[in-house]
Design a protein around this ligand. Structure first.
Ligand code: NAD
Length: 488
């Protein structure tokens, strides 16, 4: 059974008067007020998935034959269209996803940047490599597309996660069939329509629905590569489902990111940035700070500053310009976070429910939670060990850096991490001991250079493969090499 089928959304149907065919519709409800239907998308059938993959397969050869310049010219048009339609895309995505509009606007800039950034490295990465040998042999190594790539994305940052996949997949010369999450399909479908509009016919397709539609897509025999972003448990289904066809799998999964604060870190500045990561999108970010390690001597000052800052967070409807934090996206997510907070309370921890509710009457109908900090969490607490993916942050005191590093690494995940110190060199030494794909010093959000250059991805159960940056392009390419010899 698909884990997310129907959660937070409901189905209707629409019958075409002329043909008499009935299409199942997925109704997307606002997480800020579940009485409001934000929009609908048609649910794809197995036949729809088959048609999309076959059409993509037919279009793939001609698309692979286009030049780098032709692709980049089309990508520039896509980015411009995203910018031009930003107000509508922001509205739609904020209302369906629940993240506040200002955050979605920043996400949309990232989505447009995914198309423009490729121009800086595409020609270099696709250039063939040539060698000549003493016997007159010539070797040529080319990077070639797979044909059809299936992309599956989650609901939490849907626009940028979609563009971070489909832009490199298409840039590499593949055709793409993408399945959005049923919990936030509207903005993604709108962006993919722009892409399909600009690119040659058949190169870009969207199929909507839950896990069953995803399974039909990844099980299709013409799909040669699967790129998935989502939960670690779902990734297990993806790998099993793709086993028969042996398509390549690229997985961007969950995280339980540690932030290790050293004893010389500036406390107010550190708290400001940790809160900016941990409670952004109500904590529903794969690489948010999910646990904070603080030296025992510094812990009282850190806790006081944290409580003061988190208490100032304004909670409201995602479209309210005064809201810093909106609702959680869906009831399952809200229940999960509430369970982890309840277990901290049962263990007798110092749990603080904080924040300012802007209009409480409105909030009665949404999936709202207040931001929570747990000031004296312990290593074995469920909130520390599991990915909460929500607005609840545990703080753990440590006695030595060795102990902090050991606790930070004692997890199945290894996505991102951060170290905070007045001395970047000291922080880098600690960072080098963390088992993770990425470590940020003195922040838990990337700098502009980091966003453009760092291959995004994780160790252990946080993923297989890398996204974004020049390295991410390689996920969508395979080698074709030639060894041209001379007949004596
Ligand atoms: P999810 O795994 O429930 O769903 C992700 C996508 O997979 C959705 O489109 C869903 O419909 C589809 N799906 C579900 N079951 C499937 C199946 N059996 N076969 C094929 N497709 C199937 O994840 P979610 O709840 O949407 O997202 C939250 C998770 O994603 C968190 O764990 C978060 O950390 C992770 N995430 C990771 C990154 C990253 O880049 N590493 C980014 C964002 C989110």
């Amino acid at each position: 059974m698909a884990p997310d089928a129907g959660a937070g959304s409901s189905a209707g149907a629409q019958t075409d008067a002329a043909s008499g065919t009935t299409t199942k519709l997925l109704e997307v409800r606002s997480p800020s007020d579940t009485r409001v239907i934000v929009g609908t998308v048609p649910v794809a059938t197995v036949d729809d998935v088959d048609r999309a993959v076959e059409a993509a397969s037919s279009a793939a050869t001609a698309w692979a034959a286009t030049t780098v310049d032709e692709r980049l010219a089309l990508f520039a048009r896509i980015a411009d269209r995203i910018d031009a339609e930003a107000d509508d895309l922001d509205d739609l995505t904020s209302r369906e996803n629940g993240s506040v509009r200002a955050i979605i606007r920043r996400e949309l800039h990232g989505a447009a940047a995914a198309w423009r950034g490729i121009a800086t490295y595409l020609a270099d990465r696709l250039a063939p490599i040539e060698h000549e040998g003493p016997g007159g042999e010539r070797v040529r190594i080319e990077r070639r597309p797979f044909g059809v790539v299936a992309c599956i994305v989650p609901w939490n940052a849907p626009l940028v996660l979609t563009c971070n996949k489909i832009a490199p997949a298409l840039a590499a010369g593949n055709a793409v069939v993408l399945k959005p999450s049923p919990l936030a399909p509207l903005g993604v479908t709108a962006i993919c329509r722009i892409v399909a509009d600009v690119l040659p016919d058949g190169v870009m397709h969207v199929v909507n629905g839950g896990g069953d539609v995803g399974e039909a897509l990844i099980g299709h025999h013409r799909v040669r590569k699967i790129s998935f972003t989502g939960g670690t448990a779902t990734a297990g289904h993806i790998v099993r489902q793709s086993a028969d066809g042996l398509a390549g799998v690229h997985l961007e999964l969950g995280g339980n990111d540690p932030a290790i604060v050293l004893d010389d870190a500036d406390i107010p500045a550190t708290v400001e940035r940790i809160v900016g990561s941990a409670f952004r999108r109500a904590g529903q970010v794969c690489f948010a700070v999910k646990r904070v390690y603080v030296p025992r001597a510094v812990a009282p000052a850190f806790r006081d500053a944290l409580v003061e800052r988190v208490d100032a967070i304004a909670i409201g409807d995602s479209m309210d310009p005064d809201a810093e934090m909106g609702p959680l996206n869906n009831p399952g997510q809200a229940e999960r976070v509430a369970r982890l907070v309840a277990s901290a309370r049962e263990a007798g921890r110092d749990v603080r429910e904080l924040g300012r509710v802007l209009t409480s009457a409105q909030l009665a109908h949404g999936h709202f939670l207040r931001p929570v900090v747990v000031l004296d969490a312990e290593h074995d607490d469920a909130l520390v060990r599991e990915e909460q993916f929500g607005p609840a942050l545990p703080v753990i005191a440590y006695d030595s850096i060795d102990e902090a590093v050991a606790m930070a690494n004692d997890t199945d995940y290894g996505l991102c991490s951060s170290v905070w110190s007045a001395s970047p060199e000291r922080a880098l030494e600690v960072a080098s001991r963390i088992e993770a794909g990425m470590t940020i010093i003195n922040n838990h959000l990337f700098s502009p250079t980091g966003s453009a250059q760092i291959p995004f991805g994780g160790w252990k159960r946080s993923g297989i493969g890398w996204e974004g940056s020049p390295f991410g392009l390689d996920e969508y390419l395979q080698f074709h090499s030639y060894d041209v010899q001379v007949l004596a």
